[in-house]
Write a protein that binds this ligand. Structure first.
Ligand SMILES: *[C@@H]1O[C@H](CO)[C@@H](O)[C@H](O)[C@H]1NC(C)=O
Ligand SMILES: *[C@@H]1O[C@H](CO)[C@@H](O)[C@H](O)[C@H]1NC(C)=O
Ligand SMILES: *[C@@H]1O[C@H](CO)[C@@H](O)[C@H](O)[C@H]1NC(C)=O
Ligand SMILES: *[C@@H]1O[C@H](CO)[C@@H](O)[C@H](O)[C@H]1NC(C)=O
Ligand SMILES: *[C@@H]1O[C@H](CO)[C@@H](O)[C@H](O)[C@H]1NC(C)=O
Ligand SMILES: *[C@@H]1O[C@H](CO)[C@@H](O)[C@H](O)[C@H]1NC(C)=O
Ligand SMILES: *[C@@H]1O[C@H](CO)[C@@H](O)[C@H](O)[C@H]1NC(C)=O
Length: 885
């Protein structure tokens, strides 16, 4: 069984005997994956190479180079991408295969610029990593050995040559900032834009055959792609499934086609004709039992039922096409309509008619070398997203359109995907051949991906509307119309037009951030794409105090925001050596690709925390890693809680925030970045925090002008009658000083409302022996059946000013039982940001980075490989805020 998008081919290769029906038109597939040979342009390097794969991976696997991520190797191995490389394989084909009417040589992904030769004959060229290429080769195949060569040109050289050929005007940003140590003109080549470096990643301009290669031989026809997109007709109150078969037919073939979803008693048989050559054939299956259809819901909002749809085509009683696809039913709308009390438009998603707050993050490539993104890596990252109550990810436009498995997992797990097209932070050329290759890219990607219910929106690019509107590249006013015209040509007249022709079932936005409908009204580039009254926003501020919610924009939808931190020591250790482990080392500045990033992290940390000052240099370094993670977690928590509590309010025309996607979920290598999950899958403190701040029911505490507010936020579908329970603790004592309860309040599902309000001075006075410096607040929500959602806290002063915080001397013991490992903690004092770390033992704790307000606490450890209580205790370190100064 081959997986193909949302549609599963049970038999992409035609079954020869199916229900006793004889099929005389069998097709045959010969995979050319496996060991090829690889050499550089002058033959000085020659080695075996795995396909799918890339040059860097092959060089590493064969021992020609070290781990490219080790220390400064990104710079040491720059030469690789300046050379040209040739992949060669030799294969034999059966007489039966050669006897077929048509034989196609199919490349599912070539990275990127190549000429392809079979038995000494030039069969074609490639220039786009995001396209599938196929070439007719029947008449070139021979008895005995066939030799297939793929000559790859240096992507850096190609990009620079394309730049030179575009002499009329520059297409910025020419080169990345020096701090990124990257290559220039990536916008001239259709490959992952971050492969020439990014502010979180290294420059590895890859080359290779990054997806499979095969021969497809057939006599009648071959199914290239099948898609099934359910659409709901409100008028008929009925579901229809649009089925599209992309077919390559040797000659025009008449027959009939049967489409059926047995589970829904739906079947349709129609006459059809597959015209000669590659054609798209569209059919519609009416579901006459629509009231029985079980829907696909995002994580936290319901289940995800799928149905199997069978498409079969017969000609003269012979089965010529037979495929089975998964179909999930759901509707996705982006609602932009007037808002009472505001001059702008709303911006939120409605899934199956229900307004849903998007909670999640942004996805970047999981590795510089895509061949190393295994199913296990994808599963782990996506499961980690769901385990933190996320329901959405934005697949960011500077990476790759992810592999099929990524979207299938999102379908299964209920992760809504905001899918960018792969254009980011740049202007782009609009030469005819560039536009043509992009059009083909968009057609193929939309056809491949549109069956996935997880994808709820297409978006044309990352930040290019903002780049043009707010002049990132110092374009002279007189030249701006040229760039505006190029922008509209590429994203509106081509990408949008093609995507909408291929798929009308989901919304299309031209950029992110954008003002959406308002940007369109202003000619597609708004005067201010960051306008809080419209669309989505990206917002970063590293210098303002992130504990102060007033610094956050009250946006309709926060699609990017975030703060950097360093990954943990166990993640850095394999790619560094002892002399690297200090904040003034060459290594720590080399890995930091964001200008002044290290300084910003520590300046932000110093606003509220004592900076680590141990005399032991290693401890000082690892405590520093810890404090950057504390700072990041606390900052993103504050900002996310602000967005979630703003979902029901309009204040000064702003609010009704309906999305919080922080930047960024994952990492591409071991370096400081905005991620909440480290390279290798280890959760940072932020990811443990996300488990709480994205919880379905959440209490949010904040101060406005000296008054404490607690909001109850609920993403549930039903109402709750909640009260807030607020406890005042002294920093120096594990017993609460006093506890208050609010009156119960009805909190409708999908809303946020203030549930508790009291001036802090009154609260503390009522509680006795407390000041802002000696006490802190802990609170939770409860109803008749007990606590609802996680506990939360509010600091009344910066922890660096807190009086009475002691070294807690936390001790731990690890036990193993039938269901895994338990860590029992014992603390002698109130302790903040208690961080459990088991080094390089992969796995995660049930909770971490918590505030400990009791002597004892137990947490579970979920190990991702076999381990033992002894190994865990031997590796376990515990750090709390008071332990680092
Ligand atoms: C072949 O190319 C490599 C990489 O560009 C270079 O280092 C080497 O000196 C060249 N060897 C010869 C014999 O030209
Ligand atoms: C790589 O190929 C390009 C285009 O054919 C050529 O101009 C360049 O000299 C080649 N580079 C090397 C190192 O051979
Ligand atoms: C299903 O409904 C469609 C449109 O309402 C109708 O044309 C078709 O005949 C119906 N099919 C069955 C099997 O009832
Ligand atoms: C970093 O600082 C230490 C102590 O101040 C000093 O000994 C060391 O040379 C510095 N390293 C670099 C790379 O500047
Ligand atoms: C933790 O241990 C230190 C050193 O032994 C001691 O000074 C401190 O009082 C202890 N903390 C508590 C809360 O007992
Ligand atoms: C905490 O755990 C210790 C050791 O397991 C136990 O002796 C003690 O009674 C517990 N304390 C509380 C307050 O539960
Ligand atoms: C570290 O900083 C703390 C808080 O400012 C101070 O009390 C302590 O003495 C310092 N320790 C060292 C070793 O400098």
């Amino acid at each position: 069984m081959t997986l193909c998008g949302n549609c599963i081919y049970v038999s992409a290769v035609l079954s020869c005997l199916f229900f006793g029906v004889l099929c005389g038109f069998c097709s045959e597939t010969l995979t050319l994956n496996g060991k090829w040979s690889l050499s550089n342009s002058n033959g000085s390097v020659s080695l075996p190479a795995e396909v799918p794969g890339c040059v860097h991976s092959a060089l590493q696997q064969q021992g020609y180079i070290q781990d490219p991520y080790f220390r400064f190797n990104d710079v040491s191995y720059r030469w690789i991408a300046f050379d040209n490389w040739t992949y060669t394989t030799t294969f034999t084909v059966s007489a039966q295969l050669r006897s077929k009417q048509k034989v196609q040589l199919v490349f599912h992904g070539v990275d990127t610029v190549a000429s392809i030769w079979l038995n000494g004959v030039d069969v074609g060229k490639t220039d786009n990593m995001f396209r599938r290429y196929d070439f007719p080769v029947r008449d070139l195949l021979q008895d005995g050995d066939n030799v297939l060569k793929v000559n790859l040109m240096s992507p850096v050289l190609y990009a620079s040559e394309r730049r030179k050929a575009h002499s009329a005007y520059r297409v910025p940003p020419e080169c990345p900032p020096d701090v990124q140590k990257g290559e220039c003109h990536v916008n001239f080549i259709r490959k992952a834009q971050s492969s020439f470096s990014w502010d979180w990643g290294p420059s590895f301009p890859t080359m290779g055959l990054w997806r499979g290669v095969q021969l497809e031989a057939f006599d009648v026809l071959q199914l290239i792609q099948v898609s099934c997109v359910p659409v709901f007709s409100v008028r008929l109150s009925q579901w229809r499934v649009h089925v599209e078969l992309l077919v390559d037919a040797v000659q025009t073939t008449s027959g009939h086609i049967s489409l059926s979803v047995p589970e829904l008693d739906s079947e349709q048989i129609v006459q059809t004709q597959f015209l000669q050559g590659k054609t798209k054939n569209s059919f519609t299956l009416h579901i006459n039992t629509s009231s029985r259809v079980k829907l696909w819901w995002p994580n936290g909002h319901g289940d995800r039922h799928f149905y199997l749809l069978t498409s079969r085509s017969f000609q003269d009683g012979f089965l010529i096409l037979n495929t089975e696809s998964k179909v999930y039913f759901r509707t996705a709308e982006l609602v932009q309509e007037p808002v009472v009390g505001s001059p702008g438009l709303s911006f939120y998603f409605r899934i199956n008619g229900k307004a849903i707050f998007l909670k999640g993050s942004n996805w970047i490539p999981a590795h510089s070398f895509q061949d190393q993104v295994t199913p296990a890596v994808l599963r782990n990252l996506l499961q980690s997203a769901v385990d933190a109550s996320m329901n959405a990810l934005r697949v960011w436009g500077g990476g790759v359109y992810e592999q099929d498995l990524f979207y299938s997992l999102c379908d299964e797990l209920g992760i809504m995907v905001w899918q960018d097209f792969m254009f980011a932070c740049a202007m782009y050329p609009t030469e005819d051949d560039f536009i043509q290759t992009v059009r083909e890219e968009v057609i193929q990607q939309v056809q491949r991906l549109k069956s996935h219910p997880s994808i709820i929106i297409w978006s044309g690019n990352n930040e290019n509307e903002a780049a043009l509107a707010t002049d990132w590249f110092s374009i002279p006013v007189s030249q701006k119309p040229t760039y505006l015209k190029d922008y509209v040509t590429l994203y509106v007249n081509n990408i949008r037009a093609v995507a909408q022709e291929e798929d009308q079932s989901r919304p299309f936005l031209v950029s992110s951030p954008t003002n959406g409908a308002e940007s369109e009204r202003e000619g597609w580039v708004a005067a201010n794409p960051y306008d809080l009254h419209y669309g989505d926003t990206h917002f970063y501020s590293y210098t303002l105090d992130c504990w102060d919610w007033r610094t956050f924009p009250r946006t309709r939808f926060a699609s990017e925001y975030g703060f950097q931190s360093w990954p943990s020591f166990s993640t850095l250790q394999p790619v560094s050596i002892e002399e690297d482990w200090s904040y003034n080392s060459t290594f720590t500045s080399h890995r930091q690709h964001h200008e002044s990033g290290n300084q910003q992290m520590f300046l932000q940390a110093a606003l509220h925390f004592n900076l680590p000052n141990a005399t032991d240099p290693l401890k000082r370094f690892t405590d520093g890693l810890y404090i950057t993670q504390v700072t990041q977690a606390q900052c993103v928590k504050a900002q996310t809680e602000f967005y979630r509590r703003s979902q029901s309010e309009i204040l000064g025309g702003k609010g009704r925030t309906m999305g919080a996607l922080y930047w960024q979920l994952n990492d591409v290598w071991q370096a400081p970045s905005w991620s909440s999950i480290e390279f290798g899958g280890k959760w940072k403190m932020l990811h443990y925090f996300a488990q709480n701040f994205f919880a379905a029911v959440l209490p949010v505490g904040f101060e406005d002008d000296g008054t404490l507010f607690i909001y109850a936020v609920s993403d549930l579908s039903h109402d709750l009658k909640l009260r807030a329970v607020v406890s005042v603790f002294s920093w120096s004592d594990l017993d609460p000083v006093c506890t208050l309860k609010s009156d119960p309040l009805l909190i409708p599902g999908g809303s946020a409302a203030a549930i508790f309000k009291q001036p802090v001075a009154t609260l503390l006075a009522g509680c006795g022996r407390c000041t802002r410096l000696t006490c802190l607040l802990a609170f939770h929500l409860e109803d008749g059946s007990g606590q609802q959602g996680p506990s939360n806290h509010h600091f009344l002063c910066s922890p660096k000013d807190a009086q009475g915080l002691q070294r807690p001397n936390i001790t731990a013991s690890v036990q193993e039982d039938a269901s895994g490992f338990t860590v029992s903690l014992h603390s002698a004092a109130v302790s903040a940001f208690v961080w459990l770390d088991v080094g390089n033992i992969p796995g995660r704790f049930s909770a971490n980075a918590f505030l400990m307000l009791s002597t004892n606490r137990t947490v579970r450890f979920n190990a991702w490989r076999p381990t033992s209580a002894a190994e865990l205790s031997g590796s376990l370190t515990i750090t709390s805020l008071r332990d680092v100064y």
